[in-house]
Design a protein around this ligand. Structure first.
Ligand SMILES: [Zn+2]
Length: 355
């Protein structure tokens, strides 16, 4: 590989070599333009090992976890685990995915459920799998240090994590994940949603939502819109239990919908059928409505969950081992590649070009 001369090579071409991440991080935050790329290859993803061009991505997984911790950040047991065991399980999972040519892993563990970007960076370096991590607070699991901040203070925290770094590192978040409790949005969660909209407007990043029920998802959408947030940067996660009509309404508004229980024998959290045919039916209905560019698919599995009683029954290796072929039989290879790869790159972009 040629070593580019930074004096005579544009920053973008320099990036494309894949050699420049460290140099760029040292040089300060990237700037992104707001223009939409003609294709996903020119998109920049902010990963835990630095910026990565879409052109380097072979296969992707849109919603997965290496580690998740449900004790809550005020509990003494929170993140109090054998990190060698967590890292080992995570490296093993990433190696198995890398053997399937997966080199983009979108990790949905955010603030409050055990996000550990230094562990993620280690896994990325050990395995060559690019990992994107998020900012945003999970439900009411707010760390004590952030608990008393006003909406603007929370927004500033998200912006710092997106543009400067997380937990004292230069590792930047790729997007903002927000969530609601399953019974409906609490007032505190609504404040976090407003803060997310402010931060997304400022940085040009995506907001994804953990909220399986359509009425709650729509109420979150109206809060985001009241802050001026545009739905073409919105992903509705865990959409599978809701009716197809709701999925179609959401994509008509410009958002993406995500079906993220592939491989699940049952869905103990959100209910609804998770067998492959049901998943394929949901995907097909969005594609037939002309929105093959607005659907995401994943398993939502985890390598290590704390406490262990919460470990659930998913296998993200299943997506490319079996589901990809079923999707291709149903919708053809071009649309399958768009859904499984291109849409993931597009959904988690931070602006479309380095400028
Ligand atoms: Zn998840």
């Amino acid at each position: 590989m040629l070593i580019p001369d930074p004096m005579s090579t544009s920053r973008r071409n320099f990036l494309k070599t894949g050699l420049a991440a460290g140099a760029l991080m040292a040089a300060g935050p990237l700037k992104y333009s707001g223009a939409l790329a003609s294709g996903v290859d020119d998109i920049v993803l902010e990963t835990v090992t630095g910026p990565v061009m879409g052109s380097t991505i072979k296969k992707a997984l849109a919603h997965e976890h290496f580690y998740a911790d449900f004790h809550g950040p005020s509990d003494a047991n929170y993140m109090n685990v054998d990190w060698q065991a967590v890292t080992g399980a995570s490296v093993t999972m990433a190696e198995e995915l890398a053997a399937q040519d997966v080199n983009l892993f979108i990790d949905w563990t955010n603030i409050g459920i055990g996000r550990n970007v230094m562990m993620l960076r280690h896994v990325a370096r050990q395995t060559g799998v690019n990992i994107v991590s998020s900012t945003g607070i999970y439900k009411g699991l707010v760390p004590p240090a952030l608990a008393d901040l006003p909406v603007n203070g929370i927004a500033d925290h998200f912006i710092r994590e997106l543009t400067m770094g997380i937990d004292g590192t230069a590792i930047r978040a790729g997007w903002i994940k927000i969530s609601t409790t399953e019974t409906g949005t609490t007032e505190q969660e609504s404040d976090f949603h407003r803060a997310a909209a402010i931060a997304a407007n400022e940085t040009g990043c995506t907001i994804t939502l953990h909220s399986p029920q359509a009425p709650t998802a729509w109420s979150v959408v109206s809060v985001l819109q009241s802050e001026g947030f545009k739905l073409d940067r919105f992903v509705w996660g865990h959409a599978q239990p809701s009716a197809s009509d709701e999925h179609l309404k959401m994509v008509d508004e410009g958002a993406m919908v995500q079906f993220d229980a592939i491989s699940a024998n049952s869905d103990p959290f959100f209910n609804g059928p998770t067998d492959d045919e049901s998943m394929l039916d949901r995907i097909e209905s969005v594609v037939k409505a002309g929105h093959s560019d607005r659907v995401l698919v994943s398993a939502d599995a985890a390598a290590y969950i704390h406490p262990p009683a919460w470990q659930y029954d998913r296998d993200n290796g299943y997506v490319y081992r079996y589901f990809e072929a079923k999707l291709a039989t149903r919708l053809g290879e071009e649309i399958t590649n768009r859904i499984l790869r291109d849409n993931v790159i597009s959904a988690f972009r931070r602006g479309d070009h380095v400028v």
